[in-house]
Design a protein around this ligand. Structure first.
Ligand SMILES: Nc1ncnc2c1ncn2[C@@H]1O[C@H](COP(=O)(O)OP(=O)(O)OP(=O)(O)O)[C@@H](O)[C@H]1O
Ligand SMILES: [Mg+2]
Length: 322
């Protein structure tokens, strides 16, 4: 995983965006970076995974050494921004409370999204007293793809809508950050079944096409382990095996075990077939090599599981260097 300072994670609902974001964050912390993990909109999957909900939008809370968590809400980000540009407090308070303002925020298409991405820009540029960036890496759980792609196209749309002036300048500034591949990568997450893979391919094509944003990794989450060499042969052998008679003299006990093994193994193999054919097709169509993340069987998905996925990302990074 290329360690760009701004990493956004997108994908369809439920594929594992929050899980991947958390694992990317941990993997970056392990590499010695100061990391901010961000959710867009409201606290959700990340807050749940780290067992911590930031009290207000925009405020970072340290959840582990070197790792902070925040959520960004477009309306709060807009108010914060106005606070920077409207110098008179009383005037600002009056603006924020006015019905015109409320109407404007609700009605202006994409304004909240624009301010959200603007806030990411602000956090990315943020420096401490010594002129050092506060965050080495910002990882963003951008939420379900329909919405998150809208976030990502907002700066360009706004810059084109407002041909000049403040909004135009701000939007262009944010846009140039998002499109700079030394700064930003957009990671796409899918699961290894036909529909999610097809949807991920569409997202990748949009990133390469109209959105023109730097593609990071394509993560295939919840991959089943590949079966060992020679498993089909072993299954055939098992089926052909003449079983000894059981204690009762009828061989039934052995038969039940054999039947169980054969059925389970055939099922696992057909899952694997679907997974591998899907991933192969995706590789061929897109010309990318995805990063596989394992299906983890656990009652509850928590810290140990996220650490395990983060370790896979670390292993992938090492393999990439070798
Ligand atoms: N590699 C994995 N192995 C097993 N379970 C997983 C794995 N990754 C994610 N899950 C589980 O799948 C569910 C969805 O994961 P997650 O919340 O990360 O998805 P999401 O894309 O963020 O969902 P949403 O679109 O609702 O925000 C969770 O219950 C999570 O624990
Ligand atoms: Mg989520």
């Amino acid at each position: 995983v290329k360690p760009t300072p701004l990493q956004l994670v997108v994908g369809k609902g439920g594929v594992g965006k929050s899980t991947v974001t958390a694992a990317l964050a941990i993997s970056s912390v392990r590499a010695g970076r100061r990391v901010l993990a961000v959710e867009l909109g409201a606290p959700g999957g990340l807050a749940r995974l780290f067992g911590c909900t930031p009290e207000e939008p925009g405020a970072a809370v340290e959840v582990r050494p070197g790792l902070s968590l925040a959520y960004i809400d477009g309306e709060a980000a807009l108010a914060e921004y106005l606070d920077l540009v409207v110098p008179i407090r009383r005037l600002l308070a009056a603006v924020l409370a006015s019905r015109v303002y409320r109407y404007f925020v609700a009605a202006a298409p994409g304004l909240k999204e624009l301010m959200t991405v603007g806030k990411l820009w602000y956090e990315q540029q943020l420096e401490d007293g010594q002129g050092r960036r506060v965050w080495d890496t910002i990882v963003v759980d951008a939420g379900a793809s329909g919405h998150s792609l809208q976030y990502l196209m907002m700066p360009t749309t706004a810059a084109e809508t407002f041909r000049s002036g403040l909004v135009h300048r701000e939007a262009r500034r944010v846009e140039s950050l998002l499109k700079d591949e030394s700064v930003t990568s957009v990671h796409v997450v899918a699961t290894p079944e036909d529909m999610p893979l097809a949807e991920a391919a569409q997202i990748v094509e949009r990133l390469r096409g109209d959105l023109a944003l730097p593609l990071g990794e394509l993560f295939i989450n919840r991959c089943r382990a590949r079966s060992p060499e020679g498993v089909a042969r072993a299954l055939t052998d098992l089926e052909g095996l003449v079983l000894p008679a059981g204690a009762a003299g009828d061989g039934d006990g052995c038969e039940v075990v054999r039947e169980g093994i054969v059925v389970a193994a055939r099922r696992a193999l057909s899952w694997e077939g679907i997974q591998e054919r899907g991933i192969e097709r995706l590789e061929r169509d897109l010309g990318v090599t995805p990063v596989r993340l394992p299906l983890i069987v656990a009652e509850e998905f928590g810290r140990a599981e996220i650490d395990e996925i983060a370790a896979c990302m670390g292993a992938h990074r090492e393999a990439g260097r070798a």
